[in-house]
Design a protein around this ligand. Structure first.
Ligand code: ATP
Ligand code: MG
Length: 394
């Protein structure tokens, strides 16, 4: 409640030390320690920015903002938002970070809108490809940069089909072995166990990426690390449910790769994000969106498959040419009968003989059609006995 009155309403102007003025247009997100606003610069009316704030900043907040601003200004990658400046506004006792506004929504909001609150694997691989590329880039800096908070809410998906971007470097750190600092924020399923203990390393982002994939594919975030440690201690088993048990459409190899990325011990995880990604690509690209929906129909009750016409359609296609031939024979027979009646009518005496001969012809043709039916049924049975069995059961 107290937090609410700290959020600045639309129309308020924030000034930086250079005298630039930013007019608040709306709130993009209300957070625990401040908000992210959509702002418009007074002198550049057309240019929109995102302005992230920390209210009543302490030393830690100032350092965090300064590092977030510094790191994002220094780095240059298409999946990282461009930061313009970090400044303090003494009048309101707030620290600000001004960056380019990415019009769109974060991946957590998008996920919740999906049927089953999850995405199919091929779509997840497309969505996360630029994020993995950004992580590769961060981890190969000297010294490596650890993002430290990889989760769907920190991934922004631009409206109109642009590539996803990685936001929120508030937990980012330069990784110098032996100097890692531990995490003091809230716990969640995306927080790696070492963030409570020894501190972050590039492997921490691998854990966050694994947790992000887990929730995007299953619709449920992984159980948090402290509960996993407790479960192991008390019952001797890790209570992290494999992704394929939550969602049978997740291939076993992908579920196993996720379990490995989410290992409690860093040494049990993949060496690098790249190694993890290659395993996912090897198994994930085999599953096209079309194939994914076919897998779903395979796991659903048989009557569903019949309703959508799936399993029956090839059978229908197979029978279609025989039906056509049969129909042609019947039409021919009809013509012969009509012809015979006509001839009988016009030649009174010999008509009866002609009629009898034609009836014999029709009889022979019908017999032929019947034999053809039997032989094609026998062929179908030989090729696919299950299809006939299914029909019988129905
Ligand atoms: N540059 C941007 N353009 C558009 N929207 C943004 C931008 N930066 C942040 N946002 C929005 O604000 C939300 C929060 O941003 P960010 O994660 O940086 O702040 P935070 O205070 O660390 O939040 P949290 O504590 O939830 O991680 C994002 O999920 C996104 O919806
Ligand atoms: Mg965030």
């Amino acid at each position: 409640m107290q937090q609410e009155q700290f959020i600045l309403p639309a129309g308020v102007t924030v000034r930086d030390p250079q005298g630039n003025q930013y007019v608040i247009e709306g709130v993009l997100r209300k957070g625990e320690f401040g908000a992210v606003y959509l702002v418009r610069q007074r002198s550049q009316e057309l240019h929109l920015f995102a302005l992230k704030e920390a209210i009543h900043p302490n030393k830690g907040d100032r350092e965090r903002f300064a590092f977030e601003g510094e790191v994002l200004t220094r780095l240059n990658h298409q999946a990282l938002p461009r930061v313009h400046r970090v400044f303090e506004y003494d009048k309101l006792k707030r620290v600000y970070l001004l960056m380019d506004y990415i019009k769109g929504r974060n991946l957590e909001v998008l996920r919740r809108e999906q049927p089953g609150t999850c995405f199919p694997l091929p779509q997840v691989l497309v969505l996360l490809a630029p994020i993995v590329d950004a992580l590769r880039y961060l981890h190969t800096q000297d010294p490596p940069i650890v993002h430290g908070d990889i989760k769907p809410a920190n991934i922004l998906v631009p409206a109109g089909g642009g590539e996803a971007m990685l936001a929120d470097f508030g937990s980012a750190k330069e990784y110098v072995p032996g100097t890692a600092t531990s995490f003091l924020g809230r716990s969640s399923g995306y927080t790696a166990p070492e963030q409570y203990r020894t501190g972050t390393t590039p492997s921490t982002d691998l854990y966050g990426l694994g947790a992000t994939l887990y929730v995007l594919l299953t619709g449920s975030a992984p159980i948090d690390a402290p509960s996993r440690l407790l479960g192991r201690l008390n019952a001797g088993v890790d209570p992290l449910t494999p992704a394929n048990l939550l969602k049978p459409t997740v291939p076993l190899a992908v579920a196993q790769a996720l379990q490995r990325a989410l290992s409690i011990n860093m040494a049990d995880r993949f060496e690098t994000v790249e190694e993890f990604w290659q395993v996912l690509l090897a198994h994930g690209t085999q599953q096209r969106p079309h194939a994914a929906s076919r897998d779903l129909s395979q796991t659903s009750p048989p009557e569903q498959g019949i309703e959508d016409g799936g399993p029956e359609s090839p059978q229908k296609e197979h029978m279609a040419p025989h039906a056509k031939k049969r129909e042609a024979l019947r039409i021919l027979a009809g013509f012969l009968v009509m012809g015979a009646i006509g001839i009988a009518f016009f030649s009174a005496l010999r008509g009866l003989t002609v009629l009898l001969l034609c009836c014999l012809g029709v009889l022979l043709l019908s017999l032929g059609a019947l034999l053809y039916d039997f032989s094609s049924l026998a062929r179908t049975l030989q090729k696919n006995p299950a299809s006939v069995q299914g029909k019988k059961e129905k």
